[in-house]
Design a binder for this molecule. Structure first.
Ligand code: FAD
Length: 330
């Protein structure tokens, strides 16, 4: 590993002031340190923000404000999350291992890099690791790759589980810029598609810090499910995942949310299927209709066509689980 300086930061303002272009913030270190060991990230200095940023989780206004240094495990134990935003806990529990979740911060989870094997293999081209070098996965081993929103520049997927739930719940990412301006970015706009700049995963401005994630109040605490399909039943990234949430009144679906991981460069919302569900009574036929709308028109790569029927089945099952599985006991 290349030698680097290490500085512990006391607060956000100090971290923003001290951040040079060659330095990187470090939170739990569960992603960044791996990248440094593999010579993919080579910062000259690490600015440790783990004691500098908020970690409280609290009801705020009409929603929930999560301090960015809350550990992933905290999201699975917090009473307000379990009672009002349980989809978040379900998604987090589907990821990584207890030890990693104990270290991993919310901010680090949002900003974790891709798990594409070509990104990690420095002997192969990867536009995300080395701009304009090409995409090894495009005609390579593309089993894990995207089925929507990709282009010839990059076919990788965003690896997070938490982010799929946050996308479904219309979360917002609160940031502080270098100029100490506080801003809010809607989750929909936070992660980006590869477009012409696949090396950029998100729209966080250079040198800015995430301070909080906000989840607006929602009615999805009774009927929700997170289904993650993968090669092993634990400690593996999603081939396909589905966050589903329904609100029912008088036996009819009045609001629906559907999002997926493992399918695109960003957590992906299925808006057409959500609209289709509204106003209908839940049934196997209705859920199959929603799943049809999800997969309609998807053009997978040569090596990952299996993801399309897998996604269709996952959507149907997740929606059924919304109705049949119990919510968290309060
Ligand atoms: C073996 C393994 C399996 C895993 N499996 C899963 C899984 O199944 N599902 C899943 O979702 N995740 C999984 N993960 C990923 C894990 O959740 C992430 O590594 C973790 O969330 C990163 O958080 P961190 O605090 O350790 O980030 P760090 O490694 O400290 O930082 C990651 C990046 O975020 C930046 N950063 C951190 N905090 C801030 C901030 N507040 N503002 C600005 N920049 C910031 C850092 O500069 C760095 O670029 C797995 C990880 C490992 C190692």
């Amino acid at each position: 590993m290349r030698p680097f300086a290490f500085q512990k930061m006391n607060n956000a303002a100090e971290a923003l002031k001290d951040k040079k272009a060659e330095a990187q913030f470090i939170a739990g270190g569960t992603n960044l340190v791996d990248l440094m060991k593999k010579h993919i990230a080579q910062p000259e200095a690490l600015l440790d923000v783990s004691s500098a940023l908020p970690k409280d989780i609290a009801v705020s206004g009409r929603g929930l404000l999560i301090g960015v240094m809350a550990r992933n495990t905290d999201l699975t134990l917090n009473k307000d999350i379990l009672a009002r935003y349980p989809l978040v806990a379900r998604a987090v529990l589907a990821g990584a291992s207890p030890q990693i979740r104990n270290m991993a911060s919310v901010g680090g989870n949002l900003l974790q890099r891709t798990r594409c094997p070509y990104f990690y293999d420095v002997s192969t081209p990867c536009n995300k690791r080395k701009p304009n070098s090409g995409c090894g996965a495009l005609h390579g081993a593309e089993r894990m790759s995207a089925i929507v929103g990709y282009n010839a520049q990059c076919v990788t997927v965003h690896p997070s589980d938490l982010c799929v739930a946050l996308a479904a719940l219309d979360a917002e990412v609160k940031i502080m810029t270098r100029e100490k301006k506080e801003k809010s970015i809607s989750f929909r706009d936070f992660h980006k598609l590869p477009e012409a700049t696949p090396w950029k995963d998100n729209t966080l401005p250079e040198n800015a810090l995430i301070t909080h994630v906000y989840i607006p109040e929602n009615p999805f605490h009774q009927h929700f499910a997170y289904l993650k399909l993968r090669d092993r039943t634990s400690y593996a990234f999603a081939l396909v995942s589905v966050a589903a949430a329904l609100h029912l009144e008088n036996g009819k679906i009045t609001a629906a949310r559907l999002a997926s991981g493992g399918v695109a460069h960003k957590p992906w919302r299925w808006y057409e299927a959500e609209e289709f569900l509204k106003g209908k009574a839940p049934s196997a036929e209705v859920f199959a209709g929603a799943a049809e709308r999800v997969v309609k028109g998807i053009k997978p790569l040569a090596g990952n066509a299996f993801k399309v029927p897998m996604l269709k089945g996952a959507v149907e099952t997740a929606l059924e689980n919304c109705i049949t599985q119990e919510s968290y006991k309060q």
